[in-house]
Design a protein around this ligand. Structure first.
Ligand SMILES: Nc1ncnc2c1ncn2[C@@H]1O[C@H](COP(=O)(O)OP(=O)(O)O)[C@@H](O)[C@H]1O
Ligand SMILES: N[C@@H](CCC(=O)OP(=O)(O)O)C(=O)O
Length: 278
């Protein structure tokens, strides 16, 4: 495909990037230090260019499993919460090290869904985001797994970090949500079961037919599969905002996406459309 002919119109000042566990932890359980470093490099570069960047990062439980050399996620909630407590502090330490290396300060926000249930708490969280972004600091967000079990259970509001990232993106009025996953985009069938499935470059509306081709998670570390990503995209579209689902294998892809390259699946309200010849 000729990239120049299909440039997307990207005018992004405030950006939310979501990374799934599969981007940060290898299938073997080892930590993907290269991905963490690349993310820190790319996001620090963007801040240097004057963009406002929020990172929603999963990985607390995956990093906790790695720390304790456990091969499998335990079933009981309190064990998962303990792992999240161990893993989140390690994860943020790693991010801190790598962002420091690129001279970029970060701040950590651990949220629970009730933060967005009560207007006063919502306002406090939004004020914190705003102040951090004004100070050119990258807020790094995760659900506070050790006190909230919703995400692990997929029962209530956040469901998982896909939805959390869309809530953060809409509430902070971000111009774009980039969701990095272990797959290149949204396909017309689950590629795990349909090897001939084709990527869908642009989606304007999400309906039952879209959900019908969304399958479950792809790896032992994933949680929601495509369904939670579609729910996140629906939230973005309903708020007239755009989301791009793309592979997190090389986080430098974020720079190409912002350059308008036709990468992954672009969920965009109709009127934002593509422009010809850049
Ligand atoms: N229609 C589809 N298009 C793309 N991927 C799909 C589709 N249906 C199911 N999947 C699966 O969803 C997985 C991504 O979700 P998940 O495992 O939860 O990743 P993450 O850790 O990034 O949140 C893919 O690896 C793929 O196997
Ligand atoms: N809050 C959990 C993440 C759960 C989750 O949504 O994971 P993922 O599907 O990898 O984005 C953690 O940090 O382990």
């Amino acid at each position: 495909m000729d990239k120049q002919l299909n440039k997307r119109k990207m005018n992004v000042k405030r950006l939310v990037v979501k990374v799934g566990t599969s981007t940060l932890v290898y299938p073997s359980g080892g930590l993907n230090l290269n991905a963490i470093d690349q993310l820190a490099f790319v996001l620090s570069t963007l801040c240097g260019q004057g963009k406002e960047v929020i990172l929603v990062s999963s990985g607390a439980i995956g990093v906790g499993l790695n720390a304790l050399r456990l091969g499998e996620r335990p079933k009981d909630i309190s064990a998962q919460q303990a792992l999240a407590a161990i893993g989140q502090s390690k994860l943020i330490t790693l991010f801190n090290q790598r962002f420091n290396h690129y001279n970029q300060t970060i701040g950590q926000l651990l949220l629970t869904h009730d933060v967005f249930d009560f207007p006063a708490s919502t306002q406090h969280a939004l004020d914190t985001f705003d102040r951090l972004l004004k100070m050119h600091i990258v807020p790094i967000v995760n659900e506070n797994d050790s006190v909230a079990v919703d995400e692990m259970d997929h029962r209530t509001k956040f469901g998982d970090n896909d939805q959390l990232s869309a809530i953060v993106a809409t509430r902070t009025e971000a111009d774009l949500l980039i969701m990095l996953s272990d797959i290149e985009g949204f396909y017309d069938a689950n590629p795990m079961t349909h090897p001939d499935a084709k990527i869908i470059p642009t989606i304007h509306t999400i309906d039952d037919e879209t959900y019908a081709v969304a399958g479950g998670k792809g790896s032992m570390y994933g949680t929601g599969g495509m369904i939670t990503k579609l729910t996140a995209a629906e939230l973005m579209l309903a708020d007239q905002r755009q989301m791009i689902l793309a592979s997190g294998a090389d986080p430098a892809i974020i720079l190409d996406i912002l350059n308008g390259d036709p990468i992954g699946t672009w969920f965009t309200p109709e009127q934002k459309g593509a422009v010809k010849n850049g």
